[in-house]
Write a protein that binds this ligand. Structure first.
Ligand code: OGA
Ligand code: MN
Length: 202
């Protein structure tokens, strides 16, 4: 088989259940996504993850989010969706995962906000198989905090800092993770690659 752009990522995901891809998008494309996310946030188009009767959830997570609307993607979003599709198809083929589609959302954490330790796949039947988080923060310094802390099976953890252009992938059902608070606003695209879920027969 010819070598493929995502071979390294595919092997790492197969071996460890998680990996980092540093060059999914060009810096111009990443900058365009960051600009759009910032503009949408300024226009109050992102919704706090904690609203209404779920206010208690503020303790859990402090971000605001906005889904990418399939069929109505902006040019920067379309460029991202195209790359995620290429990656999804490569992972699906090489790891035999049956990833049929993906869903993406912008997420903005104000300074001081985080997301407590959690699992992205809540039930065995969940469609989410691979979690992917793409970061949009130019000139991020480690001292600013905001790491994604990924808890590994051996009880150790890895901290991944949300530097613009970094994509982290991990298996949704296996890795608990949390977002540590930062001293500045933190922007990302959270994306889930999904399998087809066969509805239970009642
Ligand atoms: C999530 C999440 C991680 C991050 O949205 O479920 O865990 O680094 N995000 O933003
Ligand atoms: Mn998560």
């Amino acid at each position: 088989m010819l070598p493929h752009e995502f071979d390294t990522a595919t092997s790492a995901l197969a071996a460890n259940g998680w990996c980092v891809i540093p060059d999914l998008m060009t810096s111009t494309q990443t900058q365009a996504l960051a600009n759009e996310c910032m503009a949408m946030h300024a226009e109050h188009l992102l919704t706090p993850a904690a609203t209404g009767i779920d206010r208690a959830i503020t303790i859990l997570r402090g971000d605001s989010t906005r889904w990418f609307l399939s069929g109505a993607l902006s040019a920067p979003q379309q460029a991202f969706a195209d790359r995620v599709d290429e990656l999804r198809i490569a992972l699906s083929r090489h790891l035999m995962l049956g990833l049929v589609d993906s869903e993406s959302q912008y997420a903005v954490y104000p300074a001081g906000a985080g997301y407590a330790r959690h699992l992205d796949q809540l039930r065995r039947s969940d469609a989410r198989v691979v979690s992917a988080v793409f970061y949009l923060n130019a000139d991020w310094q480690d001292v600013e905090g905001g790491a994604l802390r990924l808890y590994l099976a051996d009880a150790s953890h890895r901290d991944i800092y949300p530097r613009a252009g970094t994509l982290v992938l991990f298996l949704s059902a296996q890795f608990e993770h949390e977002v540590l608070p930062a001293t500045r606003q933190r922007m990302s695209i959270a994306c889930w690659m999904r399998q087809r879920v066969i509805p239970a027969i009642h």
